[in-house]
Design a protein around this ligand. Structure first.
Ligand code: ANZ
Ligand code: ZN
Length: 763
């Protein structure tokens, strides 16, 4: 290895820090460019090689944009509330904030060692009271606007640990810690009415530049479907069952109705002789997740209620069944089953020997008319469950008063600080650990001054990340979450990259949150992100998922130690198409290091002039690297730079000016090597302070082209000529070619010329 990466890395990292060259300016005359990566959860495991995939790519973009003359905001922070720190606290008694601080220090050190150009002066931390004060303040805006409300929801309950579990702690229906089967328990929860924004969250996707698969995933998740609600009278009663259907045209094919095991009319519908079977069936399904219930590969299960309803279109009497493939919280929780047209209904009918009839379809409206149904729109999206019975989250800033009901904590009393507790374990009745601290719970009503109690639920770990990008704009403001003028300057975010796994939760929540703030007149744009991109996962070298238990995790520290930060960065960029999953390869890492070694040796090849091939290759490389960064093709950009270096080595010399230009291209990818070599050439100042190179279009034109000469479409010869040679000269050269002439046995009827490619004589 020719260069000492340890000293080089440390030297340039210290120099950047000293000169503060990556600071974003709030009052710069330059155009702004706000580039964002998803901030990490600072876990105890430290940085994973997956994190820098996104960071390296956007660091390249940020660095290029600065060289293109933009005032760039590229910030970093910590999404630090969450279960691992809390579970660690339960085990060890160490306060989550202590563990979190240690983990953040590790992450920061690791990120700095890779040389990312973050503006560290804007670092934020969602668990910092100065940050979560504003998360609470925003929650109160939701509450005052009527969008935060209480509702009874089923939560996951571990009967052994006696705690409520987050969905991600339930693995295959069992408690992640003790393996006990998880039960559902009803609990009052704070909800936020994201469904009120469902249409805008779909429709406004037209105004942003997201990868098509990201848009599609959001649209599917929101799941808008247009259909109708139709009433079926329950025989022998005055009650009716209302179904939601997207296919009212199939009404004549209905042979039974199915309701969800949660349907409120079940006890009324179930006749005494069927009660035992129905109760048993309900108990059995309460253990299944929605995912298991929807699994189309599993045999259908169900129970008959004994009741019948009347089809409003033709007066047919049809039986009412209960089955778990109908979900309680979608549509009306009741389905008119049409085995002839619906796969699930068909499977169910076959299992339980229900009739399958062949009836003609109506038109959508015709049906509707025949059934007195009404058009409705249903969404898969549910309102957002915003309560957690947990310690390590933002306290929900509300107070319950016997006289005044729920009253928000006055703004000037924010933040509601997380109190110290001795025991982080949720209480026996499923309340948050905060519920057992009397000094926290008991307070005065801000409205009437009477005795009142604080809400003890905390927010989900999606809260802080729903608006963190706004705080980077003005991280130290204690009068507002951010200054409106600064928000106007920086929003929207020009480019946001993150994992596909965040498309449906974080991305949707944060778009919703921003839209709400926009409606409140608090932020300047309705959409927070102008462009959204996504990266593929990094897999282990055998293509499997990296995991601690298998022992195939690559630690970024080791790679940086052994090969240097730039090898790590360039390898991250080079390892494969950005959007696709790619396996880690140590050989690939070594190959990249070899490339950088070759770059560091280039100063010995400097000469007063260089061959035309080197000049031409340089300008082609400028064009290619520029376009590839724009199009997120970092791997082919690296390949182009490698090809260029090969050309220089073949030709044996390069001018100082050309090498300096090349280093400007390389530096966003390999900033330590770029600056080190530039300094060795005698250049002063950081490469980052220079301009992004432009290519000369006249220099990248190939000086020769090869043209296929055909007679009646058959290849007869080829000619090597200057590009864009005029047609007349080309035709006379072609007809003079003996290999062509001997086939021109009759007069030419037509000559077809495809510029710089083909001449075809038709005879
Ligand atoms: C009769 C019918 C005939 C249906 C047919 C479909 C095809 P999407 O598009 O997802 O909205 N459905 C209604 N509520 C349901 C629930 N709570 N759980 C499970 N399935 C439910 O699907 C709407 C269709 O899914 C509805 O239209 C209903 O079945 C069923 F040839 O009604 B359909
Ligand atoms: Zn009161």
């Amino acid at each position: 290895m020719s260069y000492n990466h340890q000293t080089t890395d440390a030297k340039w990292q210290a120099a950047w820090e000293k000169a503060q060259i990556f600071r974003a300016e709030d009052d710069s005359p330059k155009d702004k460019y706000y580039v964002l990566v998803e901030f990490p959860y600072p876990s105890g495991a430290g940085l994973h090689v997956g994190h820098p995939r996104s960071y390296t790519a956007l660091d390249i973009v940020a660095r290029q944009q600065r060289m293109l003359g933009k005032n760039v905001l590229f910030p970093m922070g910590w999404d630090a509330f969450g279960l691992p720190a809390e579970n660690y606290a339960i085990k060890t008694g160490i306060h989550p904030s202590v563990v979190t601080k240690t983990n953040i220090d590790t992450f920061r050190r690791q990120l700095k060692a890779i040389g990312f150009s973050f503006d560290w002066s804007r670092e934020i931390n969602t668990t910092d009271p100065a940050f979560y004060k504003w998360t609470q303040w925003m929650f109160i805006r939701f509450f005052k606007a009527g969008l935060a409300y209480k509702s009874t929801m089923a939560i996951n309950w571990c009967p052994k640990d006696k705690i409520g579990l987050a969905n991600e702690e339930v693995i295959g229906g069992k408690c992640e810690r003790c393996g006990t089967a998880v039960e559902k328990r009803d609990k009052e929860q704070w909800m936020i009415a994201i469904t009120k924004y469902a249409d805008r969250l779909i429709d406004d996707l037209d105004t942003v530049d997201y990868l098509p698969k990201i848009k599609k995933q959001q649209i599917d998740w929101i799941g808008r479907s247009e259909g109708a609600e139709i009433d079926f009278a329950i025989d022998g009663t005055d009650d009716k069952l209302t179904v939601f259907t997207t296919r009212p045209d199939t009404i004549f094919g209905v042979t039974y109705l199915v309701i969800a095991p949660e349907h409120p009319l079940i006890s009324k519908l179930t006749l005494p002789e069927h009660r035992l079977a129905v109760d048993e069936y309900i108990a059995q399904t309460s253990k299944k997740t929605d995912m298991e219930r929807g699994d189309e590969t599993k045999p259908k299960t169900g129970a008959f209620t004994g009741s019948f309803v009347t089809n409003p279109a033709n007066g047919d009497q049809v039986p009412v069944w209960i089955a778990d493939y109908v979900l309680g919280h979608y549509g009306t929780g009741a389905v008119m089953a049409v085995p002839q047209h619906d796969e699930r209904d068909l499977a169910f009918a076959q299992t339980f020997n229900l009739p399958i009839i062949d009836r003609p379809l109506l038109s959508f409206d015709d049906a509707l008319a025949k059934t007195a149904g009404k058009k409705t729109i249903q969404y898969k999206l549910r309102d957002w469950v915003f309560s957690r019975q947990r310690y390590w989250g933002e306290p929900i800033p509300l107070i319950n008063c016997a006289h005044c009901g729920w009253v928000p904590v006055p703004d000037e009393q924010l933040p509601v600080l997380l109190p110290d507790v001795a025991n982080y374990q949720p209480t026996d009745n499923g309340e948050s650990p905060l519920a057992s601290i009397d000094s926290f719970v008991n307070t005065k009503c801000p409205t009437c001054g009477g005795a009142a109690k604080r809400e003890t639920d905390t927010m989900p770990n999606w809260a802080g990340s729903s608006w963190y990008f706004l705080r980077y704009i003005d991280p130290n403001n204690d009068q507002a979450f951010a200054d409106p003028e600064k928000l106007k300057h920086w929003m929207p975010i020009d480019l946001y990259n993150g994992g596909m796994e965040h498309t449906t939760l974080h991305l949707l929540y944060s778009r919703f949150w921003n839209k709400f703030l926009f409606d409140q007149g608090l932020v300047p744009t309705s959409e927070p992100y102008a462009r959204r991109h996504s990266h593929g996962l990094i897999m282990a070298d055998d293509g499997t998922k990296m995991s601690k238990s298998v022992g195939n995790v690559v630690n970024p520290d080791d790679i940086v130690q052994e090969f240097g930060a730039d090898t790590f960065r360039v390898y991250q960029a080079f390892m494969g198409p950005f959007e696709e999953p790619v396996p880690w390869s140590t050989n690939g890492v070594i190959g990249v290091r070899r490339f950088l070694d070759r770059v560091t040796k280039l100063p010995s090849m400097i000469s007063a002039d260089e061959s035309a091939d080197v000049t031409k290759a340089l300008h082609k490389t400028i064009k290619k690297v520029s376009e590839d960064i724009t199009n997120f093709r970092f791997n082919t950009a690296v390949a182009a730079m490698m090809t260029f270096i090969n050309t220089v080595y073949e030709q044996g010399s390069i001018t100082k000016q050309s090498l300096t230009t090349f280093l400007a291209l390389l530096t966003p990818f390999a900033p330590h090597v770029g600056n080190e070599v530039s300094e060795a050439l005698g250049n002063t100042g950081f490469v980052e302070a220079g301009n992004w190179p432009a290519f000369d279009p006249t220099l990248i034109v190939d000086s020769e082209v090869t043209i296929a000469i055909q007679v009646n479409g058959k290849l007869r010869s080829s000619l090597t000529v200057a590009p864009d040679l005029d047609e007349a000269s080309l035709i006379s050269l072609a007809t003079a070619d003996p290999n062509v002439a001997k086939f021109l046995t009759s007069p030419i009827k037509k000559t077809i010329v495809v510029a710089n490619k083909i001449v075809n004589f038709v005879i």
